[in-house]
Design a protein around this ligand. Structure first.
Ligand code: F3S
Length: 395
């Protein structure tokens, strides 16, 4: 891989051990994937934040680094709400370790907003064709597909390395030739809301890490695209997809119709709703906001919860910034007894393990809850989830 003189100097340790370690990671990845050079990135989103997932070894690795990130960088969700962790049933010990991780990132100049939807953050400017180094899989999918930016699915250490160097290895989705659709997906029925998570759940399993192009009967909203991409990245490894006539890049590139075609039938979408649908339980939690809720999703949840008191624990996960920018909506939601949970999520927080069953409206969460939280998950529309949360005159 070609390195500039300056990059060679960093690799030789002339700018200190931290930058040397960082560029070594990028060069190793570049060598594995045949990158021709490093490419400057506009910003980075760094996974490897929850103490539940990285443990003491991860904390030690980050704490040993010195220096300052060269491009704006934010964090993936942590293992707890950084302000209201006690309300989640998080132990003092976990909270202390989690805060140490956050402080270690802060010391490196990382903005410690913890979210998988960094594209909602004010000032974290991300646009069409920008090169990025993002690591959370749903955020990567959204950046590549909905925004039309260019990022590989970085690991936590490589995203942090990219932030410290301001560059990443130029391979994979940074190259136009890897962004062309190679399988087409036709969908029989008209979809709405959580149907997109169900669709992604099924398609991810079928296409693995290929680049699908969807032919849909209706035009999805950006929240629906977010759900589709998140689920495909979870059950498969899809980091980029296109929707004919909707997502931006496909309207600007020339491509031949993929040879391979799949049709998704209505029953296949329905099947996802039936996963564990017969399981009921007192120790059930309803967890919404995977990926983190947008303002419009919060608004709709507030509407559904109006005049209602929930009698199960209900978490609504979002970024602290989105919650703080919408205090009236948050108040309306919290009046029902549902909890707005910031900085974390149902998958990366150990608090989920206090329950016996989780109902979600996210194809990604449906897939990860059993493995990561060690409890069964079931899937419902947002309306059904709210309905199961308690009695209501409204629904
Ligand atoms: Fe985000 Fe957690 Fe889901 S990181 S995409 S809410 S698993």
């Amino acid at each position: 891989m070609y390195l500039t003189k300056e990059e060679e100097n960093i690799l030789n340790g002339e700018h200190g051990e931290t930058l040397q370690k960082a560029i070594e990671i990028l060069v190793a990845l570049g060598d594995i994937y045949n990158a021709d050079s490093l490419v400057p990135v506009k910003n980075a989103q760094i996974a490897g934040v929850s103490y539940k997932t990285i443990g003491d070894a991860g904390l030690e690795w980050i704490s040993d680094l010195n220096g300052e990130v060269k491009v704006p960088a934010v964090l993936n969700p942590a293992g707890m709400d950084l302000q209201n962790w006690d309300k989640m049933g998080i132990s003092d010990e976990f909270a202390r370790k989690q805060q140490e991780i956050i402080d270690a990132y802060k010391k490196l100049g990382v903005n410690t907003k913890c979210t998988c939807t960094p594209y909602y953050l004010g000032g974290f400017d991300t646009r069409y064709s920008d090169h990025l180094a993002w690591s959370e899989s749903s955020a990567v999918s959204y950046a590549n597909s909905v925004i039309g930016a260019k990022t590989n699915r970085e690991g936590g250490p490589s995203a942090l390395s990219a932030a410290l160097i301001g560059k990443t290895a130029n391979y994979g989705y940074h190259l136009d030739e890897n962004r062309i659709p190679d399988i087409s997906i036709a969908v029989e029925s008209e979809l709405t809301g959580s149907d997109y998570g169900a669709l992604g759940y099924q398609v991810g399993k079928m296409v693995g890490k290929r680049v699908p192009i969807f032919y849909l009967n209706n035009k999805p909203s950006s929240d629906e695209l977010k759900a589709l991409g998140a689920a495909m990245a979870a059950t498969g490894a899809v980091a980029l997809y296109h929707v004919n006539g909707v997502t931006p890049e496909i309207q600007n590139i020339e491509f031949e119709d993929p040879v391979e075609n799949i049709t998704i039938e209505t029953e296949q979408i329905q099947e996802v709703y039936e996963t564990n649908s017969s399981i009921q339980g007192d120790d059930e939690i309803i967890a919404l906001g995977c990926p983190h809720c947008s303002r419009s999703e919060l608004e709709y949840i507030a509407h559904l919860l109006e005049n209602k008191q929930v009698d199960k624990d209900v978490w609504i996960c979002t970024s602290r910034e989105v919650a703080e920018n919408n205090p009236l909506i948050v108040d309306r939601i919290e009046k029902s007894g549902a909890m707005i949970v910031c900085d974390t999520c149902m998958i990366v927080s150990p608090a989920s393990e206090n329950y016996k069953l989780m109902m979600v409206n996210s194809g990604k969460a449906l897939n990860y809850v059993p493995g990561m939280c060690k409890i069964p998950s079931k899937f419902g529309s947002l309306e059904k989830c709210i309905k199961e949360a308690g009695d209501s005159n409204k629904i």
